[in-house]
Write a protein that binds this ligand. Structure first.
Ligand SMILES: Cc1cc2nc3c(=O)[nH]c(=O)nc-3n(C[C@H](O)[C@H](O)[C@H](O)COP(=O)(O)O)c2cc1C
Length: 151
């Protein structure tokens, strides 16, 4: 099973933490969409897109990467970290357009000091925490066992 995770984690590295938790014990290629804009994805069996939520969407670099590089008939999973609420729609519509299969979604809170939240010391402080990391490890384990996982 060859897996790639394309990600952007620009606020506090929250999303990177959950990806690193997966990469720690699984063989995955990590692709930073803020640095890499083109990549042949044909050799991957499983492709993940991971991002913080910014203005209700995945990071523009991840959306752009998916629009440019995603090919049809791939198994896709999505992961996001958020200060307020999860938001998968921006990616799901691309997956639909490209005729791929969404096989899993994971989300958890991520420390957020954007805008006025900074004044109160941020929200979702301490996240992702150990429990979030254990949950993402379990999510990925089920995913590669062939399950469809929606957490
Ligand atoms: C510019 C900006 C916009 C954001 N917009 C949202 C939002 O619309 N909804 C939300 O729940 N969190 C929002 N957040 C909080 C982030 O989604 C949260 O902190 C996330 O964990 C950041 O991930 P990262 O550290 O991997 O970049 C925003 C943060 C920033 C910096």
């Amino acid at each position: 099973m060859k897996t790639a995770i394309i990600y952007a984690s620009v606020h506090h590295g929250n999303t990177k933490k959950i990806i690193d938790e997966i990469a720690k014990s699984n063989e995955v290629d990590l692709i930073d969409a803020t640095q890499v804009t083109e990549k042949d994805l044909s050799g991957y069996d499983l492709i993940g897109f991971a991002s913080g939520v910014y203005y209700g969407k995945f990071h523009q670099s991840v959306l752009k990467f998916a629009s440019v590089n995603l090919i049809e008939n791939k198994n896709i999973f999505l992961m996001c970290t958020y200060g307020g609420s999860e938001a998968f729609k921006s990616m799901e519509s691309i997956i639909d357009d490209k005729h791929d299969n969404l096989v899993g979604r994971f989300s958890c809170k991520g420390f957020d000091t954007f805008g006025p939240f900074k004044l109160i010391g941020g929200v979702a402080k301490g996240h992702p925490d150990d429990k979030d990391l254990a949950a993402v490890a379990e999510f990925y384990k089920k995913l590669i066992a062939g399950g469809v996982v929606n957490k």
